[in-house]
Design a protein around this ligand. Structure first.
Ligand SMILES: [Zn+2]
Length: 205
């Protein structure tokens, strides 16, 4: 099946909607809720969805495929490992040296296109280095929020230090290609979720 860029978006949105309905049905079954209640989307379930920027039909098809492959893989992982409420626009920006992402949900992908880069830029759309509370939680180049620190120490032991600067955090910030690998990717999403908790933006924009 061949899907155009907008078809892809609707497909992802449909999967998200199914996840919402399954979640609602599960919750209703657990509480003995009626079928009518099961039809209602669960108010607490959120997904990330994305679409390609307008004009994407004119992009080099090979580049468009690399972008959709990277974004699909990254979005699936975020939705599997966490619950985030965001609509993202992925743009191909050949003049962008690497890539960038903002809290508005806009991502520019330029010379760096990969799952690792997509995960990293999505983190920026979710508040990493971009939310106004970010800098308030960074002191002496360390993250001071309790949730992210607890999450890191679950991974790396009680003495682990969570480093952060104006825009980034590490470890698990996926700032470089050498930080790849499924377990690092999974931990990255968990860290982003915990940092959002610290910033008080869980399930918000
Ligand atoms: Zn970055």
């Amino acid at each position: 099946m061949s899907l155009g860029p907008h078809g892809k978006w609707f497909l992802l949105a449909a999967i998200c909607d199914i996840a919402i309905r399954l979640g609602a049905g599960h919750a209703a079954a657990q509480t003995g809720g009626s079928q009518a209640e099961a039809q209602q989307p669960a108010a607490h379930h959120f997904c990330i969805t994305y679409h390609l920027a307008s004009g994407s039909e004119k992009w080099d098809p090979a580049v468009r495929k690399r972008i959709t492959d990277a974004m699909d893989a990254a979005i699936v992982l975020y939705n599997e490992e966490g619950e985030f409420n965001k609509t993202i626009t992925a743009n191909y920006s050949p003049k962008t040296r690497t890539a960038d992402g903002g809290f508005s949900g806009w991502i520019n992908l330029g010379h760096s296109i990969s799952k690792r880069v997509a995960l990293h830029e999505i983190a920026h759309t979710l508040g990493v280095g971009t939310h106004w509370k970010w800098s308030k939680l960074v002191k002496d180049h360390k993250w001071t929020g309790e949730h992210a620190l607890a999450q890191l120490r679950e991974f790396d032991g009680p003495n682990a230090v969570l480093h952060a600067d104006r825009m980034h955090f590490w470890p698990y910030g996926l700032n470089y290609d050498r930080e790849g690998g499924p377990e690092n990717f999974r931990r990255h999403v968990k860290m982003v979720a915990a940092m959002r908790l610290d910033m008080g933006i869980v399930n918000g924009r």
